[in-house]
Design a protein around this ligand. Structure first.
Ligand code: SAH
Length: 185
């Protein structure tokens, strides 16, 4: 049995249901950051995965036939997460998208959420603007923010929920945990 469990975007956002799943797992897979967030509740074996790839997915699928396996996904598994890549039940978590919306006081229905992680996404941002929405972009420190600023006002939201959380306009991206709010002019 395999459950993909969202652990929230930072410490303190684990749901009661997520905790129950984690506590009852015989094996818990996750990135270093995901395991760090959930470690208080891990009773079985914890396996840190440096990089999820096909080989790891196969190993998890095999192990899931014999044991109760939990795969941790930071934030929510269905927001650029592991929910689509691994076969199993999904237990939702509090996404960095939700933290960003809370900080900005913007409703999810007013934006389009875009994956800007190691991929070109400016066309998608422009399409969002065309339908009257702003864009919330999952980014990292390599994102070309200069180009985006040519046609949008951009707020950088970094390390949400962590002690070094930073929210600023007219600043550069310093962290790989960054969400950009691109507002149409
Ligand atoms: N499933 C995760 C997202 C995984 S993709 C979720 O629901 O939050 C990783 C991207 O999410 C990062 O590049 C960044 O854009 C964003 N992210 C994750 N945690 C974050 C945080 N604490 N603060 C800001 N952005 C974060």
């Amino acid at each position: 049995m395999i459950t993909i469990v969202g652990v929230g975007a930072a410490e303190g956002y684990l749901t009661e249901r997520a905790i129950k799943e984690i506590e009852s797992a015989e094996v818990v897979y996750g990135s270093r950051r995901a395991i760090e967030i959930a470690k208080k509740y891990v009773k079985g074996k914890a396996v840190v995965i440096a990089k999820f790839n096909e080989e790891i997915y196969r190993k998890i699928a095999e192990e899931g036939k014999k044991r109760k396996v939990v795969v941790l996904s930071t934030g929510d598994p269905m927001v650029s997460g592991l929910g689509k890549r691994i076969e199993g039940e999904v237990e939702p978590g509090i996404s960095s998208v939700q933290l960003a919306l809370a900080r900005l006081k913007i409703d999810l229905t007013e934006v389009v959420v875009i994956d800007g992680h190691a991929r070109e996404c400016l066309d998608e941002v422009l399409k969002a603007f065309e339908i009257g929405r702003d864009a919330l972009i999952l980014a990292d420190s390599k994102f070309d923010i200069k180009k985006l600023r040519e046609f949008a006002n951009v707020v950088v939201l970094e390390n949400l929920g962590y002690e070094n959380e930073r929210i600023c306009e007219n600043c550069e991206i310093k962290s790989d945990l960054a969400i950009l709010f691109a507002k149409r002019r």
